[in-house]
Write a protein that binds this ligand. Structure first.
Ligand code: PGA
Length: 255
């Protein structure tokens, strides 16, 4: 089985003025080991207005910079939207797609993601595609049905040989920002299922694709979660706002 390099990404959500981004990046760089000695890839998912500040300060550091959304179209009557090419021009390497908060508050649909994921790949951006069930769905035994639907819909137009270029993030909605973290066993089980969904398209892609866990990851619970065999890293919200916590979670990826 090929080695999958762990990935720890901080998702700032609606946080990070340019001044905060500046201070954060400078501090993070003092806390992270050199790229070659890091046990995981590290990324920051930041607001559009902070992208250039982060890109400038993190240049050459190996820390990836991601946007938190984009539109699939290149141009058009879509006021307030940003295109893949605009992100690429700005120097951005990656983009979060389908975060549950965008699905809930901004009307992000599986149909839109079906266009966004291929558009991101075609532009040269690494998509971080988020999927996950609500508490009610879990209690009703619908977790696998929901994951099958979300993963299937979003990846339907991705060629098998590009599937592993998508980073998947399993984020149970009941664990996001609630302090209620999935048990390592729950994270492993759901993520193994997500990997099996990829395997049903391509066995080879399934061994290479990285599937992260997200939902109340903190330095205190990261080691156990990241030690699960199918968990390839973490998408970290609240705890990532403290660069020290993000650096500690990154260290936890090393065991
Ligand atoms: P949280 O958020 O770590 O604050 O739970 C995770 C996410 O939404 O990506």
């Amino acid at each position: 089985m090929p080695e999958r390099r762990p990935y720890v990404a901080g998702n700032w959500k609606l946080w990070g003025t340019r001044a905060q981004a500046d201070e954060y990046c400078r501090r993070l760089l003092t806390l992270l080991p050199e790229a070659s000695r890091r046990p995981a890839d590290v990324g920051l998912c930041v607001p559009f207005t902070a992208l250039d500040v982060c890109l400038e300060l993190l240049k050459g550091s190996g820390v990836l910079v991601a946007a938190q959304n984009m539109h699939a179209a290149e141009t058009g009557a879509f006021t307030g939207e940003i295109s893949p090419a605009m992100l690429v021009e700005a120097g951005v390497q990656s983009v979060v797609l389908g975060h549950s908060e965008r699905r809930l508050y901004s009307g992000e649909t599986d149909r839109a993601l079906q266009e966004k994921v291929p558009a991101a790949l075609a532009a040269g951006l690494q998509p971080i595609l988020c999927v996950g069930e609500t508490e009610a769905e879990r209690e009703a035994g619908q977790t696998e049905r929901k994951l099958r639907h979300q993963v299937g819909e979003a990846l339907v137009d991705i060629a098998d040989d590009r599937l592993a270029d998508v980073v998947l993030a399993y984020e149970p909605i009941w664990a996001i920002g609630t302090g209620q973290v999935a048990t390592p066993g729950q994270a492993q089980e759901a993520i193994a299922f997500v990997r099996a969904l990829v395997a049903s398209r391509s066995e080879k892609a399934a061994t290479r694709v990285r599937v992260l866990y997200g939902g109340s990851v903190k330095p205190e619970n990261a080691v156990e979660i990241l030690a699960q065999p199918d968990v390839d890293g973490a998408l970290v919200g609240g705890a990532s706002l403290d660069p020290d916590s993000l650096a500690r979670i990154t260290a936890a990826a090393g065991g």
